[in-house]
Design a protein around this ligand. Structure first.
Ligand SMILES: C[S@@+](CC[C@H](N)C(=O)[O-])C[C@H]1O[C@@H](n2cnc3c(N)ncnc32)[C@H](O)[C@@H]1O
Length: 290
């Protein structure tokens, strides 16, 4: 249902802008929120309503206005240790497995695609830091990317409100890894230096870490893509995945009927592997599944 205040064509243009810039399509239950999401942008740029916003986008050529508009329509919902059992399982199984298969190179690379404001990548960074003795002498890279420049600037700063810090983060970790400041809870330098964040559209920009990511998180992003976009996204994820690697999706997401590039891991419940990994895995007889 379109909002009453703006013309249908304004909504159509805005949805088209979002899709062309990010691949995201707005489900009907998110369309009604467009006006509310864009209110702060319109206020900041002195624009009266959605029709005027569309006119300004078309005529002004303002990069800032375009970025702000797209950013405001994205769903950046995230929190620390979201679906915490996923992190527990990864700590017990995937990291054990990757430690064993990468032992010679001593290198572990983790990509958080669609990392939003950073909580997911910091969750992994804290978990790995607490296993420091296991990874001593290893090169561990954690990279977080997102199409939203606003989300990535927040992730880089690592400053969270009282509400955000309490969502999913156990108190011991909060105290160990964050400092309470007047502005909110600030990730300590020792945590921030463990993650690299950059702005990137996963559908069009050159993927980071080509062919070398051991663990890829792409959670709660693909569900906003149409099937063809999702298929393209899986192909991009596959291009980044190391020969022996795992893909982590959100709770409501699957590869079934979506792609033949990844399959459900036969050894690690809830994770996915590149489809050709099954054939290429030199130690495929070994299993670490509980
Ligand atoms: C709902 S959040 C999920 C954040 C985190 N992965 C989680 O599960 O908590 C989805 C994120 O995907 C990002 N996103 C959407 N389209 C994208 C694209 N084409 N490339 C990169 N990031 C994208 C959004 O900006 C948003 O921050």
């Amino acid at each position: 249902m379109m909002g009453a205040a703006a013309s249908e064509s304004a909504y159509r243009v805005l949805m088209g802008v979002l899709e062309s810039r990010t691949g995201q399509t707005l489900s009907p239950n998110r369309i009604w929120r467009i006006e509310m999401s864009l209110k702060p942008v319109m206020q900041r740029h002195g624009i009266a309503d959605l029709d005027a916003l569309v006119a300004a986008l078309v005529t002004s050529n303002s990069r800032q206005l375009l970025d702000d508009t797209v950013d405001a329509m994205l769903n950046n919902e995230t929190f620390f240790y979201r679906e915490h059992s996923v992190f527990d399982d990864i700590a017990k199984t995937a990291l054990e497995y990757l430690h064993r298969v990468n032992l010679r190179e001593r290198r572990l690379t983790i990509w958080h695609c669609g990392v939003s404001t950073g909580q997911e990548a910091y969750s992994m960074a804290m978990l790995l830091a607490e296993q420091d003795s296991k990874w001593a002498g290893w090169r561990v890279d954690i990279v977080g990317t997102d199409v939203s420049y606003h989300a990535i600037s927040r992730a880089r700063v690592g400053l969270y409100s009282q509400f955000e810090i309490q969502r999913g983060l156990p108190v011991q970790r909060m105290v160990r890894w964050f400092d309470q400041t007047e502005a909110g809870w600030l990730a300590k330098a020792d945590l921030r230096r463990r993650v690299d964040f950059s702005v990137q559209n996963m559908l069009t920009d050159r993927p980071p870490l080509g062919g070398s990511a051991d663990l890829i998180f792409c959670r709660n992003l693909l569900l906003y893509f149409s099937l063809p976009m999702r298929q393209k996204a899986f192909a991009r994820l596959r291009a980044v995945a190391a020969a022996q690697s795992f893909l982590v999706l959100g709770a409501g997401e699957t590869v079934l009927g979506q792609t033949d590039q990844f399959v459900a891991s036969p050894r690690l419940r809830g994770l996915y592997e590149p489809a050709d990994q099954q054939v290429r895995r030199p130690d495929s007889s070994r299993s670490i599944a509980a």
